[in-house]
Design a protein around this ligand. Structure first.
Ligand code: SF4
Ligand code: SF4
Length: 463
């Protein structure tokens, strides 16, 4: 039987999962942690500590700054040295709490034992509180605060929970390692999320280039289902290996055969998607009272003599991680945060990891060199590859001509920045780089329009 996949576009880049055999190693605690208050989508958190304060690992250092925001906890124990702007991975200034590390003392009440706790509370509001208090955010790339995603607005109902184990980005393998090494916690986290959403069905979707994790997770699902009805209704679904299978809208299409319309959310078609790493983080918050202060990332690259999957404290400087791995080879030219398709070049290696950092990819000069551009030959390969059904060359032209209205009419705002068009173009045109600019412009217009409409409605209501 052919495995499921999404219905439009997609590509088959070499998966280059050269770190797949590398078990998760715990990286030493860095001498200093740089804790950004903007580690999630939404309003930055507000610091609640002051310079000179002593903090413990797992202690709250910043509180949510709005409805869509998240708690930030100290990933280390030590003294707050400064609070102020510091460059993040992309080179933008973010308010950052600098903590000089002293020992490794944890806040009270956090279970640091390796014991797996299966039974979870029936009380969903207590669970949601732990998820919120734990600062859990989506770890599949978007870093959307999890407690917001798990509370569908009135009138919307989740019919299917999809746990995303596709990890379709080439080179990255930390989700694969989660499914091999922490499958029990991932499945318990899945059951917890499923209960909170009140859905009967959850599926853990995994690309078929990871047969070992498919088999292992299935075994764990069967064993937990036999132990308690709380674990029933969870299935494992092998997916065709095709990029970007792990894109939220693509995965919903593949699993449920439903399309999320332009401007709509997964919940509008009855779906909630969470990453396997998020399911693990939910398990840790609910079952172990442990906030999100560390994450697993893949350090990889063809030019490296050894590959790694590291569990690191959030706020760890990239330079420290690289030092622990033996440094960069002379041939290294660029370090990317994330994978080669959707990752972003790191502007400064002294920048620190955040909750959503899932990979560090080291590339050589040769690997980063852009091939010479030529004129568009109207081959249509970019449109064929686009998983959002867009016309990338048209968006490219409209962006260059600064035609914002036409860009919006041609759904530039729907671009998921997957890079399939760029990968497919025989003329080597910088399609994604240009389209991204056009998309940002359209998004700005849409946001301004929504704000103006809201202000007008409020003014009318006040009359
Ligand atoms: S980057 Fe945007 S335009 Fe290009 S293929 Fe992906 S979704 Fe389509
Ligand atoms: S793939 Fe490149 S050359 Fe072909 S139509 Fe698109 S932009 Fe033009």
């Amino acid at each position: 039987m052919s495995k499921r996949t999404f219905s439009i576009g997609g590509i088959h880049p070499r998966d280059s999962k050269i770190s797949r055999e590398c078990p998760i190693e715990t990286l030493p605690v860095p001498p200093v942690a740089y804790v950004s208050v903007s580690q999630h989508i939404g309003a930055p958190a507000k610091p609640v500590v002051a310079v000179g304060d002593k903090v413990k690992a797992g202690q709250v250092v910043a509180e949510p700054g709005g409805f869509v925001s998240a708690f930030i906890h100290s990933p280390v124990s030590g003294t707050v040295k400064s609070i102020g702007p510091r460059k993040d991975l992309a080179g933008n200034n973010q308010t950052t709490i600098e903590i000089a590390v002293e020992g490794d003392e944890w806040a009270e009440g956090i279970d640091l034992t390796p014991d797996v706790v299966k039974d979870f509370p029936d009380d969903n509001s207590a669970i949601m509180d732990k998820i919120r208090q734990g600062g859990i955010v989506g770890l599949g790339g978007a870093t959307f605060p999890t407690q917001v995603k798990l509370a569908p607005p009135p009138g919307k109902k989740c019919e299917m929970l999809i746990i995303n184990g596709c990890e379709c980005e080439p080179y990255l393998t930390c989700n694969y390692r989660y499914m091999l090494e922490r499958a029990e916690q991932v499945v318990i986290g899945t059951a917890i999320i499923k209960q909170v959403l009140g859905v009967d069905k959850a599926t853990i979707a995994v690309e078929d280039n990871k047969p070992e994790s498919i088999a292992h997770v299935q075994k764990v699902v069967d064993s937990l289902a036999a132990s308690s009805p709380k674990f029933s209704g969870i299935s494992v679904m092998p997916m065709q290996t095709k990029y970007p299978e792990g894109g939220e809208k693509q995965l919903i299409d593949a699993v449920m055969h439903r399309q999320v319309p332009s401007g709509a959310l997964p919940i509008d078609v009855g779906a909630v998607v969470q990453n396997v790493a998020t399911a693990f983080a939910v398990y840790e918050a609910v079952q172990k009272n442990k906030p999100l202060v560390s994450n697993t990332l893949t350090l990889t690259g063809d030019c490296l003599s050894a590959q790694h999957n590291y569990e690191v404290r959030t706020g760890t400087p990239i330079s420290f991680i690289i030092e622990c791995a033996g440094g960069l080879p002379e041939t290294a030219a660029k370090v990317i945060s994330g994978g080669p398709m959707m990752g972003k070049a790191i502007a400064n290696l002294d920048a620190a990891t955040v909750k959503g950092t899932s990979g560090l990819l080291v590339l050589t000069e040769e690997q980063t060199r852009r091939r010479p551009q030529s004129n568009c030959i109207r081959c249509g390969k970019c449109s064929d590859a686009c998983p959002m059904g867009l016309e990338p060359f048209l968006l490219f032209r409209l962006t260059k001509a600064d035609m914002a209205d036409e860009l919006e009419a041609n759904a530039a705002q729907d671009c998921i920045e997957c890079g399939c068009c760029l990968y497919s173009c025989p003329a080597n045109l910088p399609l994604l780089d240009i389209i991204r600019t056009g998309k940002q412009k359209v998004m700005g217009i849409i946001r301004a329009r929504a704000a103006a409409a809201k202000a007008a409605a409020e003014a009318k209501a006040a009359k």
